[in-house]
Design a protein around this ligand. Sequence first.
Ligand SMILES: [Zn+2]
Length: 238
Amino acid sequence: MKLDILVIAAHPDDAELACSGTIAAQVAKGYKVGILDLTKGEMGTRGTPEIRMQESEEASKILGVSIRENLGFKDIFFRDDDSHRLEIVKIIRKYKPEIVLANAVTDRHPDHGKGGAVASNACFMSGLRKIETHFDGIDQAPWRPKYVYHYIQNNYIKPDFVVDITDFWGIKIESIKAFRSQFYDPNNKEPQSFISSAEFLDFVEARSREFGHSIMVKYGEGFTVERTLGITDLFDLK
Ligand SMILES: [Zn+2]
């Protein structure tokens, strides 16, 4: 299967928190979107890898993504090195996405900046003919996504562009709440974490409102670019 967009995320729930409105918006336009989680988030305060896998499956259904894979890298300990990049290259060559959405270039959680870097480096390597990879015993052809955009997650970064997700806000929140072990649930007796308070979901909404406000809509998601984007018509900019 060929994808239009591949979202690469350090942890299951990063995609939902930072760019699920954009995913839902693109799926609604008929594009094929997939998610590649790099780790199972096993170092998180709450939940287990098994629970988080079930939750990400549920979130994927809510978002309507075509595929979701998990590379099983070690949470916290994975590196932006050749062996990790090559594992991602195999997935990029398998699904041939035109656009890759990757973690923020820097964030509170160190895996996010690392995840953004390893994904971006893998996108470049994937286009190099002399880097040979095999998948299911078959030689893979080189493939470089045309664009890599980094989704802004926890720490504020001034976005290079904002996607209007107003019509998809409900789906975004529903997909986040699918991760019941992670976010606010008054019946959950596990220890509190940075993201498990009711206030954290208020923050997610506040950030989306802030980005939305910046482009004069209700809700938005912000991204940074790696290279300057070009247009031929000034009126394409909104
Ligand atoms: Zn994360």
